[in-house]
Design a protein around this ligand. Structure first.
Ligand code: ZN
Length: 260
């Protein structure tokens, strides 16, 4: 941007009426508002909370997978153990039938069969112990699975509620941004093109706003107090000169309470 130095002050090559320069302050207010809304949009606490919740949801899903696998394994083990018990029971029944029917008359064979029944009964007892132990383990596994399932529901409900809150906050921000954008467009159509170009260029290089009011000797953009020399130079500048603050490069707009 071409500019003419005047002492410590920089005067923009652009000239504009005091009214047009004052419009820049309205533009700056709207840009500040839009910047604030953009910051809110990017730092919504609901989004951070949602990220945490989604981590929790992933952990709960893992816990459910592990619990389901565990339950499946236990069910298979239990099925096998119960089948073992049944087989032993069938053999005991068969031996007992043979004994009851008096089919075995040989004393040694009789003793051997009775021993077998006794041994089978011990085996049945052991296997039933295994079944009981597996059933207890299955109960604990099911309790873990139920707990994880309940937590998944809680997390899901929290996510739904939080998403609704986030969307509502976002909608409010968008509504305010739309209003500010519309107001900005209306002002832009009133500002001379060369002045607007200067303002936008400064805004993109400085960040935030491209113009600030001079109030009681202070730059409203960077909050620096202007020196007496600078204030004297501004006093001497014609009203249609576009003055820039040396310190922050912003357009310094003279106001009724500039302290000149
Ligand atoms: Zn400044």
């Amino acid at each position: 941007m071409r500019q003419r130095p005047l002492g410590r002050l920089t005067l923009a090559f652009v000239k504009a009426s005091p009214e047009a320069q004052l419009r820049l302050l309205e533009l700056a207010d709207l840009d500040t508002e839009l910047g604030r809304l953009d910051h809110r949009r990017r730092t919504l606490p609901e989004n951070a909370e949602l990220a945490q919740l989604s981590e929790r949801a992933a952990k709960v899903r893992d816990a459910i997978t592990i619990a389901d696998t565990n339950l499946g394994d236990l069910d298979r083990e239990l099925g096998r153990a119960e089948k073992d018990v049944d087989q032993v029971r069938v053999r005991i029944d068969r031996d007992n039938q043979r004994l009851d029917a008096g089919q075995v008359s040989n004393a040694r064979e009789l003793e051997s069969l009775q021993n077998e029944v006794a041994s089978l009964r011990r085996r049945q007892g052991d296997l039933e112990e295994v079944v009981l132990e597996l059933m207890e383990r299955r109960e604990s596994a099911q309790a873990l699975r139920d707990g994880a399932g309940a937590e998944a529901e809680t997390v899901g409900a929290d996510e739904t509620a939080l998403t609704a809150r986030r969307d509502a906050a976002m909608a409010e921000i968008e509504e305010q941004a739309a209003k500010a954008t519309a107001a900005r467009a209306a002002i832009v159509s009133d500002v001379p093109a060369d002045l607007l170009a200067l303002y936008d260029k400064i805004r993109s290089s400085v960040g935030g706003v491209g113009a600030a009011p001079l109030r009681r000797g202070q730059c409203g953009g960077c909050r620096e107090m202007l020196s007496t020399v600078e204030l004297n130079e501004i006093r001497r500048a014609a009203p249609d000169e576009v003055v820039r603050h040396e310190e922050c490069r912003r357009i310094l707009v003279r106001t009724p309470d500039s302290g000149l």
